[in-house]
Design a protein around this ligand. Structure first.
Ligand SMILES: Cc1cc2nc3c(=O)[nH]c(=O)nc-3n(C[C@H](O)[C@H](O)[C@H](O)COP(=O)(O)OP(=O)(O)OC[C@H]3O[C@@H](n4cnc5c(N)ncnc54)[C@H](O)[C@@H]3O)c2cc1C
Length: 267
């Protein structure tokens, strides 16, 4: 490591002011992505603005139509929170299967979304549930938030203060995980809403999380495992690497969608 300044403000506004005052500063969530990157010298921020002590970003609130999770809530707290388990058990289940216990105790939902790793779990839920990312200055709908690999609609000095999730009738996630990291080789989140519509978020399979139109159309007609398994996904533009071919990832998407439906029906 090299030397850098460290600040731990109590309020979101102070965090943004501190970051804006130094063009090379970065927000620090749980440090589970940023600190390894710094160790590898792939990032060398002059200052870290730690947002994990900002109390307004650490709460979970359940209203009649939405669940709001503060940007600094760690994965373990999402997994164990009673309101998350009651309103969106599929989301609690997803959080409880991120990485290992250490990663879950430190990593935050805001950090995960800002980082936008193409194999991260949360982006699939945010997209499928049509969540809204609330920042210190605006509200960004899920369809407009994820741009490309490690690239979101956030400005460099923009802070995720919360994420608002509409309540779905059924929601579930399944991933084929990399056994070393537990990141998704492919991960699929399915969400069925009260009006019968279905949204699906796929992570790990392409350069960014995406919604497979054919699966959404099939599941909106018939929200069943058989319906998911009846869909064929084209491998064009899917990831191909040492872990899996594009064809294998394409094959996994409907398979995991079916398993995600089974999970969604089990809560
Ligand atoms: C061994 C290991 C296994 C993992 N397995 C998984 C897995 O299975 N699934 C999965 O989804 N993830 C996995 N992760 C990633 C983990 O979930 C991280 O916690 C997450 O990617 C980053 O969150 P963080 O709070 O640690 O962010 P940090 O590392 O602190 O920050 C990441 C980036 O986000 C920015 N940032 C942080 N907070 C905010 C905010 N509130 N607003 C705006 N910008 C912000 C930072 O400036 C930085 O650019 C794994 C990580 C490790 C080390």
């Amino acid at each position: 490591m090299y030397s850098f300044d460290y600040q731990r403000p109590d309020e979101a506004k102070a965090a943004v002011t501190a970051l804006s005052a130094d063009g090379d500063a970065k927000f620090l969530g749980g440090g589970q992505s940023l600190l390894p990157t710094m160790r590898l010298r792939l990032a060398q921020p002059s200052a870290l603005i730690d947002v994990t002590r900002i109390q307004s970003m650490k709460s979970v609130t359940l209203d009649a139509d939405k669940l709001t999770i503060g940007g600094a809530v760690c994965h373990a707290d999402v997994a164990s929170n009673a309101d998350v388990k009651k309103a969106l058990p599929g989301l609690a289940d997803l959080a409880g299967r991120i990485g290992d216990r250490q990663v879950r105790e430190r990593g935050t939902i805001g950090g995960s979304l800002a980082n936008d790793d193409p194999a991260a779990c949360y982006p699939s839920a945010v997209l499928a549930l049509n969540a809204t990312v609330v920042t210190d200055r605006r509200r960004i709908g899920a369809d407009d938030f994820f741009i490309d690999m490690y690239t979101t609609a956030l400005e460099p000095d923009e802070l995720i203060v919360a994420v608002e999730f509409p309540l779905a009738e059924r929601a579930g996630y399944e991933k084929f995980r990399n056994p070393a990291s537990h990141f998704a080789l492919v991960g699929v989140f399915v969400a069925k809403f009260r009006d019968g519509s279905v949204r699906v978020g796929v992570t790990g399979a392409a350069s960014s999380v995406f919604r497979p139109a054919a699966l959404e159309a099939a599941l909106s007609k018939d929200f069943s495992v058989a319906s998911a398994r009846g869909v064929t996904i084209a491998p064009d533009e899917l990831n191909e690497d040492m872990h899996a071919s594009a064809e294998y990832r394409a094959h996994l998407i409907p398979v995991l969608a079916g398993r995600a439906i089974e999970r969604a029906m089990s809560f």
